[in-house]
Ligand binder design. Structure first.
Ligand code: PMP
Length: 283
């Protein structure tokens, strides 16, 4: 694989691209990121990802070294140089390089890195079969609304799921589901879509916002509230959303089949609408 990646203004072969060992992203997870999906060589929900990036920057007192227009150009240049037609563009901004110290100087220059990942998103085996999830206690920090690169606990939960023969984990705090390791979580009961409301406990998913808007536009009922694992098990269906998985049905929780154990009609329909609308709006 010979990808071209972007590091602080330069386009480099992936093996030539290097970051300092003193980068605070590496030493303190002092960094934020966004992942924008690409279909037919175009970016999906780009403006919303930039808006959330700006919010994460603001919350941590970080700044982006280039403008939004330049960020769009870098995304497009990378897609072109890597001939990416389907997959995603990963973008990360860290506070930058400074001698290791918990306190940091406000003068540090941020590090900006972008790379592409080619991946089949529309034609997905998980979307066809649905995924199996397990429930795991949510032990992440309290500001999950900021999209930081502190992803160790979700990564451990994903590995717990794989070890248990499942695909992913849904995280549970004080008896209710927060979200998936890298996606937002939903159940469907009597055709009503139920998902946790926004707060510091979950990432404000870009796909979540789009899906809820599309659902309402086709008169599907949506309720934003907490729900328990018992409600998941007795739900008619369940699904997840994220930039790279779109809408993916969940067919099993903690070894118990949901509904009839196959992808439910609401998830299947929402996935179709999401792909159709995303292709229409892609830039
Ligand atoms: N929650 C978490 C914890 C995530 O990591 C992600 C994906 N990055 C999401 C939700 C989904 O967000 P989005 O739809 O913006 O990809």
């Amino acid at each position: 694989m010979k990808r071209i990646v972007y590091v602080n203004g330069n386009y480099l072969g992936e093996s030539e691209a290097k970051i300092s060992v003193f980068d605070r992203g590496f030493l303190f997870a002092d960094a934020i990121y966004e992942v924008t999906s690409v279909l037919e060589g175009k970016l999906i929900d780009f403006e919303s990802h930039i808006k959330r990036l700006d919010r994460s920057l603001e919350e941590l007192g970080l700044f982006c070294p280039i403008s939004t227009d330049e960020l769009l150009l870098v995304h497009r240049e990378l897609m072109q140089r890597n001939q990416l037609t389907e997959g995603c563009v990963y973008m990360q901004i860290s506070r930058g390089v400074a001698d290791r110290d918990f306190a940091y100087s406000l003068e540090v220059e941020p590090t900006l890195v972008l790379f592409t990942q080619a991946k089949s998103l529309i034609d997905s085996t998980q979307a066809k079969s649905g995924i199996k999830v397990i429930s795991v206690e949510d032990k992440r920090w309290g500001r999950r609304d900021i999209k930081t690169v502190q992803l160790l606990y979700p990564s451990m939960c994903k590995m717990m799921a794989i070890k248990a023969g499942a695909d992913d984990a849904w995280l549970v705090q004080d008896g209710t589901v927060t979200e998936g390791t890298s996606n937002n979580a939903y159940i469907v009961k009597n055709r009503k879509i139920i998902t946790r409301s926004l707060g510091n406990e979950i990432l404000h998913g870009i796909t979540r916002a789009a899906i809820l808007m599309y659902a309402k536009s086709v008169q599907m009922e949506v309720e934003e509230r907490t729900f328990t694992i018992d409600e998941v098990i007795s739900a008619d269906e369940a699904f997840i959303t994220s930039a790279t998985s779109f809408v993916t049905p969940v067919v099993e929780m903690d070894g118990q089949s949901l509904g009839d154990g196959t992808p439910g009609p609401v998830a299947v329909r929402l996935r179709e609408i999401y792909i159709e609308e995303s292709l229409r709006r892609a830039i």
